[in-house]
Ligand binder design. Structure first.
Ligand code: MG
Length: 134
């Protein structure tokens, strides 16, 4: 994925550094506690949810959406991502590594043999916030 006019590659690390710089320049580090960032993240998830609220199921690719609706969606998705990246940074979690590890754990938990089934293993009592289903 590339971004911006410069065509620079967008990585979690780039976003992390841009967010850190943004906060530092505004003296906002004092407000960026884990709790504050988590609440901001949840607020942005709410704003993202509002876009889909009352629309019912929408087809993949959002073919019937107006351009400004898609732009707005991109903005709210970005708000969620940026707060998630910032929260991870402030908590000292390497989000990229943690996410890759989680994908590997999910692959073990849901082997390829379970292809096509949305069913979760019935003996799964762990509540570790799986994110493998789309
Ligand atoms: Mg927002």
């Amino acid at each position: 994925m590339t971004g911006g006019e410069s065509g620079e590659s967008v990585t979690l690390d780039l976003l992390k550094h841009k967010m850190a710089e943004f906060a530092k320049e505004r003296d906002w580090d004092q407000f960026h506690s884990p709790r504050n960032l988590l609440l901001a993240l949840v607020g942005e998830v709410g704003e993202l949810s509002e876009i889909f609220q009352w629309k019912g199921e929408v087809p993949k690719g959002l073919p019937d959406w107006k351009e400004e609706e898609k732009v707005h969606l991109g903005e709210e998705l970005s708000d969620v991502l940026l707060y998630l990246v910032r929260l991870s940074d402030i908590c000292g979690v390497d989000l990229g590594k943690a996410a890759l590890r989680k994908v590997e754990l999910n692959a073990i938990k849901y082997p390829v043999g379970s292809k096509g089934s949305a069913k979760r293993p019935s003996n799964n009592n762990s509540n570790n916030g799986d994110s493998e289903s789309s």
